[in-house]
Unconditional design. Structure first.
Length: 544
């Protein structure tokens, strides 16, 4: 991939330069904030008389659309960047961008506010086009109303309508093929607002090195009142790195001293092993050279890891850019969700995860299967072309990646021990199974009707004598049975043994797992081999 590392064409772009006290050359005039609803991205709260209407909108869309519809599509926002960001000077002739936004049955005002914010806060010379990809929406407002509305943008906003539901991943690849004007592709979710001077900071590292993929700092837009604030966590500057646990669940961990030591200024872009996947920028030609997304990935799930590993292991880099900030609305509790495309099955995400680890993780894939033993023999399709891509391009090993780039992952998510036994933990003669009840990080366990589909009822007992579900270990507190984040550095999660002869789950404190079938509760009791409620069996269940 040597050709990938060279800057496209003969254009050489100047790296960003910090000039403390001298306002950056791309800095815009401050936005004039009025007192209209939501202006300055301050919370906009409606009275109790709107509750029924709001609840209905949250169920349908996941956001308070009643409030959103009353806020201007061109509203002003507050500048929450680090003060250093105002003094970065970027190349005066940065490459232009195509912004790609995929949506499906989204609420009108949140999508249009995304579009308006991009047009409002992107210098015209940088914005080549906005490509809207309608993934076969069925709601009426995405038909003639949208066609009529886009006329005002005089071709700047292009509409692509899928002829069938493709799912988020492949719809993004369709967007890449349809975006022909910009040198750099920028992907945004359909419910975002770009921040002050967001574009130059995101574009500049790619202009300097075309095999760089950049990711903005993702702020939170409150789906109830549309306030914008920074995500919590991270290091002392609020900077986090993208990570994962061994179940391949997305995580955020603090930036490391090792990364900070690479830079003079804390607002400089820094390396991250992975990205969340919804918001990022990449050189268009480079993305095609990478093969876009794995065409075997369906609907959603795992694509963020696939593209991150592919970039890092094949010679590129993923940088988080603190001075490019974009707000994102997270769905609220009570959202009914979108139905999956027809014939997608129940295991699409798991199939995606398997394709990613089978192609990129090498021997580390055994840790994935230790965390998700129920899917080891699940079909995941043909990956021969992806493996051939790795070989042709001399991509590095996952071991190299873990040691050089993702070196901090095991500090936060220790490698899981091998399993001794796994499956549903079924109460003998009861039809009830141990159930996490969707709880984690201190939540209490319970029991529920055995449903044979894994998920909240799938547990494993490993060689460290931990009983766990994904990254959560079953933890005994007095007589209570709780879930906590597994940490192999702490022995408090260890001490479980399955007494095969008596069918009892014994703990080192000298008590056994017991249950109340009436209350659907579990607790620790003195071990009693005659007790029917202390009898359990592991029942292996494959993922559906």
């Amino acid at each position: 991939m040597e050709n990938m590392r060279n800057s496209g064409g003969n254009v050489k772009y100047r790296p960003a330069v910090m000039k403390p006290g001298e306002l950056g050359n791309w800095e815009p005039e401050p936005e004039k904030i009025s007192d209209a609803p939501g202006e300055g991205s301050v919370p906009f709260k409606l009275g109790p008389e709107y509750k029924e209407e709001i609840d209905k909108s949250i169920k349908e869309f996941g956001f308070n659309i009643v409030a959103s519809d009353k806020i201007s599509l061109d509203r002003t926002i507050k500048d929450i960047r680090d003060p250093e960001c105002k003094y970065w000077h970027y190349d005066t002739s940065l490459p232009n961008i195509s912004v790609i936004i995929v949506f499906y049955n989204e609420a009108w005002s949140v999508v249009m506010r995304t579009v308006h914010s991009v047009i409002k806060r992107t210098p015209p010379e940088l914005l080549a086009e906005i490509v809207l990809v309608d993934d076969f929406s069925t709601k009426e407002h995405w038909k003639q109303r949208l066609d009529d509305y886009l006329v005002q943008f005089k071709g700047l906003v292009k509409l692509v309508r899928n002829k069938q539901r493709e799912g988020l991943i492949q719809a993004r690849s369709i967007g890449a093929r349809s975006a022909t004007r910009g040198k750099i592709l920028v992907y945004l979710d359909s419910h975002c607002e770009v921040g002050i001077n967001w574009a130059p900071a995101l574009i500049s590292p790619i202009a300097v090195n075309r095999t760089t993929c950049t990711v903005p700092l993702i702020d939170v837009i409150d789906g109830n009142n549309y306030n914008i604030y920074g995500q919590g966590g991270g290091d002392e500057y609020g900077h986090a790195r993208g990570a994962w646990d061994w179940s391949l669940l997305w995580k955020r961990v603090p930036n490391t001293p090792r990364e900070r030591a690479r830079h003079k200024y804390h607002s400089e872009p820094y390396r991250s092993p992975a990205m969340a996947g919804g918001l990022f920028a990449i050189d268009r030609e480079y993305f095609f050279e990478l093969g876009l997304y794995d065409p075997g990935l369906k609907i959603w799930g795992g694509e963020n890891f696939e593209i991150s590993y592919k970039i890092w292991q094949c010679g590129g880099e993923v940088l988080f850019t603190p001075c490019s900030r974009i707000g994102h609305i997270y769905r609220l509790e009570g959202w009914a969700g979108n139905p999956p495309p027809a014939n997608s099955g129940l295991s699409v995400v798991l199939q995606n995860y398997m394709r990613v680890v089978e192609v990129w993780w090498d021997e580390y894939k055994e840790y994935f299967y230790a965390s998700r033993p129920e899917i080891r023999n699940h079909p995941f399709g043909d990956i021969s072309e992806l493996v051939a891509f790795r070989e042709r391009n001399h991509c590095k090993s996952f071991k190299w990646f873990m040691e050089e780039i993702a070196y901090d992952i095991v500090d936060h998510f220790p490698l899981p021990p091998k399993n001794k036994i796994w499956g549903e933990i079924r109460g003998i003669d009861s039809g009830l199974c141990l159930d996490s009840m969707g709880h984690k990080d201190g939540g209490e366990m319970g029991i529920g009707g055995c449903h044979g589909m894994g998920g909240n009822q799938m547990f494993r007992l490993n060689e460290a004598n931990e009983m766990a579900q994904y990254d959560q270990c079953i933890h005994v507190v007095g007589t209570q049975v709780k879930l906590d984040h597994c940490d192999t550095g702490h022995t408090k999660y260890r001490g479980w043994e399955f007494d095969e002869e008596n069918k009892m789950l014994r703990h080192k404190i000298g008590k056994c797992l017991d249950r109340s079938e009436i209350l659907h509760q579990v607790f620790m009791s003195d071990c009693d081999e005659a007790s029917k409620t202390q009898k359990w069996e592991f029942n292996q269940v494959m993922a559906m």
